[in-house]
Design a protein around this ligand. Sequence first.
Ligand code: ADP
Length: 590
Amino acid sequence: MKIKSFKLKLILSYVFVILVSFGFIGLFLDRNLEENSLQNIQSSLIAQAKLIEVQISAESLKQDDVASLERLVKALSPKTKCRITIINAKGKVLADSEKSLEDVLLMENHLYREEVKIALSGSIGSDTRYSPTLKIDMLYVALPLEAGNTISGVLRLALPLESVKNTLFAIRKTVLFGLLFALGLVLVLGSIVAQRTVDPINRMIHVSRKFSEGDFSRRVMQSSKDEIGELAVTLNKMAETIENKIKEIKAQNQKLSAIFNSMVEGVIVVDKTGRIVSVNSTIEKIFGATKDTMEGRVFLEAIRNNDIAEVVNAISREGKPLTTEITLIYPMRRIFEVNATPIFDNDIVAGCLVVIHDITELRRLETVRSDFVANVSHELKTPLTSIKGFVETLLEGALDDKENNRNFLKIIQDHSERLNNLVDDLLSLSHLESKEITLEKKSFILKLQLEKVTSGFKSQLKKMSIEIKNELSDSVSISADRNKIEQVFTNLIDNAIKFNKEKGAIRIYAEEADGKIKITIEDSGIGIPGKDISRIFERFYRVDKAHSRELGGTGLGLSIVKHIVELHGGCVGVESTEGFGSKFWFILPR
Ligand code: ADP
């Protein structure tokens, strides 16, 4: 089984060290003490033996005087606390302090006892062995008893080894108690020390776990200056660096995302498998879908447009940039320019960047411009053809035709007049549309300005018996470009007269609200068909082209009105019922 806890490993290693050290100490003490004790006892036995030796008479030994020898051993044994045995040179026991005289006679020959053998050879013999006589372990020391040059016997002293054993047992007990105490101490102190070592590591584990979850705001609390403290400082520095880098990346991402989403162009990023990686908000608007429904899906699943899908496929196949124009029918008809570029990763096409640019307005403006050029050419061509035709007729002889020549010249004059009006209107319009135009705003009484305009139409009004009512109040004044407002009145009143019926009426009145003024020119004329109302303010748009031309209209009057009013920050409108008259109005801020 593998130990997973560092703390447990630490405690177990302490325990191991204690066990090994105590083992060695115990073993060493045990051995040494046993050896030392034996040696000490042996030495003291030898010393005692030497003292007893002198008391043994060579005579009694020679004659095997067992009685006197027995007295001697019995007398000395209690004093020395040893078993004393005297053996003759043949190995026969002559006296033994632990045996009676009768028993001694029965004792077996000791010639082959180890210590006796050594003593008989002239040295001091010793041996440790189990004594079958006394039934305990004994230490024997045997001294040769010399008579002249010969060994006449052996004096043997024996001591039970019990005391040595007892001493050893006591020491072993002490060592064992010491070991147990040390183990207990190791367990308590070791777990405190281990806890102190493990605590900061645990704190670091906890904090680094937070790091791995992406929370780099945490810091490891560590005051110590050791290696663990250094590790904590390094860990904190690392977190700070990563946190700063993440902040930087986030800020950069936010900037990029802001740019990405505020782009007028729609952007789609596709990966090499043909799945959409990301789209910007313009794409959401164009295709009427949300990011969530598009990102991560296969291109055609998310954007059901074969033309763009084909472009994406071509990029993956060929790896070359591509530009094309597509028309989208749904959700509304729009024209787009599609620019697609491959994204390379190590020279391999890893995806595709599609930029979609809405060019509907551009195309519309192009159409408007070409329509305008066509319209202007057409408008100019009609009077010019007439003028050319009549001039040729006059030159070919009609000049002398007294009845018609003035008539022809009158027609040429009318067409010249029309050309002049047309050029004037075109110039006004182009001036109004130019960016440089500035309004010379002044405060003036509206009613007076209107009176000035209506006086210019006196003959026309009289000719058609039209009654005009200026219902504007004297007090109504506005701050505006006087000449331009005069032009607005002129154009609207001109129309109200031109498209009126004989004995008709025109009413001009104003209403005020929210700091704005609404001026209405109401006529009792022919009115405008419902289908034309929405287009009436377009350039050259006329309900009845021929009728308008006949009346000297250019088709630009209302367009000029709209431009002037819008330049003043206002708006224009019309309400009309065919056959009953029209109400043209414009609102200006006061
Ligand atoms: P025009 O030079 O033809 O008058 P405008 O731009 O002033 O050009 O007017 C455009 C067209 O709007 C006219 O041709 C006419 O068909 C219609 N219209 C303008 N004002 C009136 C009106 N008061 N009553 C009826 N139709 C009008």
